[in-house]
Structures are given as C-alpha cells and as structure tokens.
Design a protein around this ligand. Structure first.
Ligand code: 5GP
Ligand code: MN
Length: 334
C-alpha cells in the first residue's frame, strides 16, 4: 500500500524571535551596529537586516565605529555604511549584532536606547532589552536569515547576498565546526534568490594588492613552530608591514594559511599594537578550543577562531600563549 511521507515537523517559533518581530513591527526608526573592525559576518548581517527593514518601510541607519574592509565595498549598500562614534538622531531601537558587550561596538550612548542584542558568540553578556543568542549558528547571518523569514520579507538578491557573505566568511569558507545542515539550507535558498557565489568569493578572497601579498610572504617567512610541530606562531610589527608595502588592515585571512599544513593544528598570530601590547588572533582545527584560551585572557570568540589583547615583553606573551594553546591541543589528544 502506498504510504504518504510524513511531513517534516514545523519548527516551534522561537519566542525571542517572535518578540523581536513584534518590537520591529511597532517601531519605525532603527540604528544597526556591530563590532569594531567589522568583518564579513558583521557587515553581511547588518546589511541583510537593513535591507529587510527598509523593505518593511522602516528608517534604517547602519553605523559602525570602523570602516568596512575594502574587499567588501563591492557589496550592495556597504559604501553607505556610516562611520561614527555615537548614536545620534531619533532612534526607536538599536540592533547590536556580534557583540559580547556594548563596548565592542565602540559607539557611545547606546545604552540610552531600546537595544535588541543578536549574537552567536559564547559569553554574550545579555546587555539588551531583548537578547537573542544562538551559539549553534555558524554565523550571525544565519540568525538574520531566520529573522528576515519571520518578518515576512521576501528574500531579495541583496538580502541573500549579504546572508551568504556572512556565512561564507564566518565559517572560514566552510572550514569551521559550527557548520550545520541549516547552514547549507540557507545557502541553497540564497542561491535560489539570485546570489552569485563566484562573484562573492572573487570579491572576498581575490581582491589582493601586491603589498598585501608581500606582507603575507614576510609574515609566513618568519613562522615558528612549537617543538611538536602542531602549533604555528606568526608575528607582525609595523616596520615589517612598511617594508613589505602593506598595512595591518591587509592581514585579513593571513592567519588561516598555516592551518593548510596538515600537521599544524592551531595558529597564534601576534600583531604589535604598541610597545609591549599585542593583538592576538587564534585559529584551530576540530575540537581544539582556542575560544576558551582567549576568554581566559579577557578576549573572546569561538572554539576555532578567537582573539584577545595581551601586554608584556613579546617573548613572555608568546611563551604564555604557546603554553595555553599547547594545553588546549593536548586536551583533545590531537
Ligand atoms: P579575529 O582573529 O578575526 O580578530 O577574531 C576572531 C574571533 O574572535 C571573532 O569572532 C572576534 O569577534 C573574536 N574576537 C577577537 N578579538 C576579540 C576580543 O578582544 N574580544 C572579544 N570578546 N572577542 C574577540
Ligand atoms: Mn560572527
């Protein structure tokens, strides 16, 4: 006897998303922001929501403390993102994405407003009037996709492009363990809505200049390995950048390259910010939790991608991080 396939269960609507939908419906003027030095997920998530809210007839401004990376200026609406230090003008709600706390925005005076906090980083401090936190999302863009659906806004090519940009970049081009079937469901929908994945990848990954390439060369030339060969340490200061003809802004993506070596399980990248002050970025494979390492040092991030700022003589901070990350590698038996 032929059987009727059981339909997939309809997911129960998340009450927090429903609450956000309600607050958006009853408000008219929105400010959207994200963290300092915005990346693909922060830009993509902000712009996807901005387009969706505008489609609903809302007034929307996107304001960031730092300018978008040059490689993202080709994407729709990105050149119109305002760079500022404060939340000015009439605002009915501020949507903050990708920030563990309000200070990560770098904007002043946000706390005076009704704040909708949307994030997927472990350790979010729930600073908003509404806090939507989903550590299972591979990118904040996945959450925004769900919100756009809930708002009933059709998936325009602009919205879909920004959601796809967010996912492509925040999964490290589909390398990180945060990827789920939902990630690909969303990408499929994005492509059906007209996203050109080749164009997105070319703009994100193939917009180098020669200074950037030489800078990569200089940094990779000075790579150090721990005695077991599982941890790579890379380093950059302003003089190295100047000699290569690049800047600190040109280092996006550089940290991922040592992980292309089979034996290397984790990378730590030190950028000298000032005398005795270093910006630290970490990346790891599989179960190795560099997010916990960063958090223990006052920073944050995810299991496979994290960062913090440390102080002290370079040898001391390097040895400290090498010790902590080696322990994190050992804990997984890698
Ligand atoms: P990146 O190495 O690309 O700067 O950062 C990797 C991840 O760690 C990102 O998700 C970023 O948001 C997070 N992250 C980097 N630096 C910090 C920091 O100083 N504080 C916090 N809370 N998160 C950070
Ligand atoms: Mn993200």
């Amino acid at each position: 006897m032929p059987t009727t396939p059981t339909p997939a269960p309809t997911p129960t609507p998340d009450p927090i998303v429903e609450q956000i939908r309600h607050e958006i419906a009853t408000r008219g003027r929105f400010l959207i922001t994200s963290h300092l030095k915005p990346d693909g997920d922060s830009i993509g998530s902000q712009m996807a929501l901005a387009y969706a809210l505008r489609d609903l007839g809302k007034q929307v401004r996107v304001v960031n403390r730092d300018a978008p990376p040059p490689s993202l200026l080709m994407f729709p609406g990105v050149p119109d993102i305002q760079v500022g230090e404060t939340a000015e003008g009439p605002i009915d709600a501020v949507v903050v994405m990708e920030c563990g706390d309000l200070a990560r925005t770098g904007l002043r005076d946000l706390e005076r407003h009704f704040i909708i906090n949307i994030d997927h980083h472990p350790g979010n401090s729930h600073f908003g009037a509404i806090n939507w936190f989903d550590a299972g999302a591979a990118a904040c863009g996945e959450m925004i996709f769900e919100l756009v659906r809930r708002l009933g806004v059709p998936l325009s090519r602009e919205i879909a492009t920004h959601v796809y940009l967010a996912i492509l970049t925040d999964t490290g081009s589909f390398h990180y363990s945060s990827i789920s079937p939902r990630t690909f469901d969303i990408c499929r929908d994005a492509l059906e809505a007209g996203v050109d994945p080749v164009m997105v990848a070319r703009n994100v990954f193939d917009s180098n200049n020669l200074g950037r390439l030489k800078l990569f060369g200089a940094v990779l030339n000075s790579i150090e390995l721990d005695p077991t060969g599982r941890l790579a340490v890379i380093y950059l200061n302003r003089e190295m950048a100047r000699q290569a003809g690049g800047t600190y802004d040109d280092t996006e993506g550089l940290i991922n390259l040592p992980l292309t070596v089979r034996e290397i399980q984790a990378v730590v990248f030190f950028k000298e910010a000032a005398e005795g002050e270093y910006r630290v970025s970490m990346r790891s494979k599989d179960a190795i939790d560099v997010g916990a390492v960063a958090k223990g040092l006052g920073g944050g991030g995810h299991k496979n991608a994290s960062g913090c700022t440390v102080h002290g003589p370079y040898r001391d901070v390097r040895d400290r991080l090498v010790g902590l990350i080696t322990r994190a590698i050992d804990a997984t038996g890698a």
